[in-house]
Ligand binder design. Structure first.
Ligand SMILES: [Zn+2]
Length: 571
């Protein structure tokens, strides 16, 4: 590609950098500047990242492959970005900004071990002069010189042969598209290693300079600002408790268990070749538990699925987008019920912001918590006291308790079940999933499913005991947030875009258990539910089914999306 325009150049250069007399310098070709800068930023500009990956262990070849794969992805992404910004009077100032941002990021990563995410950037933007002075040190100029010195000199030494608007637009687009193709190829080639690495070391994604800062800036601009302008849309403002509450002997207590990374096909209840759900199978045999066999998730990752499960919108209506509406819990609370969220994961993604919430590791439960991580059964510890502590007036009407599991969160499946509860051995202990024999990987995953079964079994025993002693009419709905790939078609983990996601990532297990008291109260026929249990439903149905089951009356309740309604009498 011939990009130089030697004769046109001097008119366009910045006056203070152009040569005062004599022959004009040969301008730098924009392609060279874009690629040179991208390669420099991806390599030298990411020294802390490469040091971090190198320190994670593994063989030298594995580390080199990871660094090469990630380096290629970062470089290609930078070429896309820089190509789109290759305009006269724009490119060099922007490039200078990116170099300085990268240099300062490097300094703070080395000095303080920080990573750059939207929260960090927002904090940085609110830093005052006093705090800035505290952060300055004599090593900073050295780092800035090392990271930004040479490329800044090269960038400003000569002008760039950039054309006028229209011809340049074509070139920029072509440059960006070819780099995009490279980016996709590099990402696909190194998907397995990188996906596993990223899931286990989430901070790494915030170490990719200067994309971390570009991303954080864009997120702050797009996400935070409009939300401040546009407040959360209220939902179900007319919500009130139905007639069943006026005549109730006991309040209802519904537990919603939100599973993590459990896929339907490894669930014993769904006909899996090995019995991974012996506990639930016993409850099913007793007749009060129904297994929903054809349930689709809303997304293929927690960030999308979790808010969507509680959203009044269906997936196709935008339930899978950043929530702008209140959710199921707001409606239940508004109707007058007590709502409590107990978390054993990385938080509720905004769903429980306006509710009372607690974390499993608030008090480390001996034998169930180690460090900041707990097995799911830790959520049951002290649960009676947590419920007793809820607002007494609301509690007298009824309680909805959400438990957010750690479930089968990967890639360290082996960490999800205590050693004395491993049913399937030997199991994969590595987080590099492709290193393990397939059957050991499946063993580790199935052990995590079997542990979820045991956790649900314990929860059901607790609920049954409360129902038996007449405290409440109890029930439980369990549904997983999304599935998981265990090496099928070379895919691991989850998060594949929904439209192309394999069924392993989108088909999730779901069960419902209802005490006799709750069945009576809601007029539920278990025989009818069992007969309809293999009808296809999805996360879209949770919002409406819970409102129906809890007899909360509101215009937003859509009978067509209430999976229990055909088998119940509207109370
Ligand atoms: Zn998840």
């Amino acid at each position: 590609m011939q990009l130089s325009l030697p004769h046109a150049f001097p008119r366009f250069s910045f006056p203070f950098f152009s040569r005062p007399a004599g022959l004009p310098k040969t301008p730098t070709r924009p392609g060279l500047a874009v690629w040179g800068l991208a390669l420099w930023l991806a390599s030298v500009g990411n020294l802390p990242l490469w040091q971090r990956i190198d320190a994670l262990g593994g063989s030298p070849a594995q580390r080199l492959l990871l660094i090469a794969g990630m380096g290629a992805v970062i470089a290609a992404a930078l070429v896309v970005l820089l190509s789109l910004l290759a305009w006269r009077r724009v490119f060099r100032p922007v490039a200078t900004g990116l170099l300085l941002v990268t240099a300062f990021n490097t300094h703070f990563m080395w000095q303080y071990g920080v990573v750059i995410d939207p929260t960090m950037l927002a904090n940085a933007l609110h830093t005052d002069a006093h705090e800035v002075r505290d952060l300055l040190s004599w090593t900073m100029p050295g780092t800035v010189l090392l990271v930004a010195g040479l490329p800044l000199w090269a960038l400003w030494r000569r002008p760039l042969a950039l054309r006028r608007a229209w011809p340049q637009a074509g070139r920029n687009l072509l440059g960006a598209l070819s780099a995009l193709a490279l980016l996709v190829a590099a990402a696909l080639l190194s998907y397995q290693g990188l996906a596993s690495l990223m899931r286990n070391h989430k901070d790494l994604r915030y170490m990719a300079n200067p994309l971390n800062t570009v991303y954080a800036g864009a997120r702050l601009a797009v996400d935070q600002l409009p939300r401040q302008v546009r407040p959360l849309q209220p939902v179900g403002e007319d919500a009130k408790l139905g007639a069943s509450y006026a005549r109730q002997q006991r309040p209802p207590l519904l537990v919603l268990v939100i599973g993590e990374t459990a896929r339907a096909q490894n669930f014993g209840l769904n006909g899996y070749a090995r019995q991974t759900t012996p506990g639930l199978a016993r409850w099913q045999a007793q007749g009060d538990l129904v297994n929903f066999g054809q349930v689709s998730s809303c997304g293929t990752n927690t960030q999308v699925s979790l808010p969507c499960i509680f959203s009044p919108l269906t997936r196709t209506q935008g339930g899978d987008k950043t929530p702008e509406h209140e959710n199921l819990l707001d409606v239940l609370q508004r109707a007058g019920l007590a709502v409590l969220w107990v978390d054993n994961q990385s938080g509720c993604k905004g769903v429980c912001d306006r509710m009372q919430h607690a974390n499993a590791n608030d008090h480390a439960v001996p034998g169930l918590c180690e460090g900041s991580e707990c097995f799911d059964a830790a959520m049951l510890d002290g649960l009676d006291q947590r419920i007793d502590a809820l607002d007494p007036q609301r509690r007298a009407r009824g309680v909805v308790l959400v438990m957010h599991q750690m479930g089968s969160h990967g890639p360290a499946y082996a960490h999800r079940a205590p050693e004395n509860r491993k049913l399937f051995l030997p199991e994969c202990r590595s987080i590099r999933l492709s290193d393990c024999p397939h059957e050991q990987l499946v063993n580790a995953y199935d052990n995590s499913i079997a542990y979820t079964d045991s956790f649900l079994d314990q929860t059901l025993q607790w609920l049954k005991a409360r129902a038996d002693r007449g405290s409440e009419d109890t029930g439980l709905i369990y549904v997983s947030d999304h599935g998981e790939s265990l090496g099928e078609n070379g895919l691991y983990l989850h998060g594949v875009p929904y439209a192309i996601a394999p069924v392993q990532q989108t088909r999730v297990p779901m069960v419902g258990w209802f005490s006799k008291g709750l069945q009576q109260r809601a007029g539920l026929s278990m025989g009818c539910l069992r007969g309809r249990a293999d009808q296809p439903i999805s996360h879209d149905h949770i919002f409406h089914s819970v409102l129906g089951l809890m007899d909360v009356q509101t215009r937003v309740h859509q009978p067509a999306l209430d999976a229990l309604l055909p088998c119940g009498s509207a109370a």
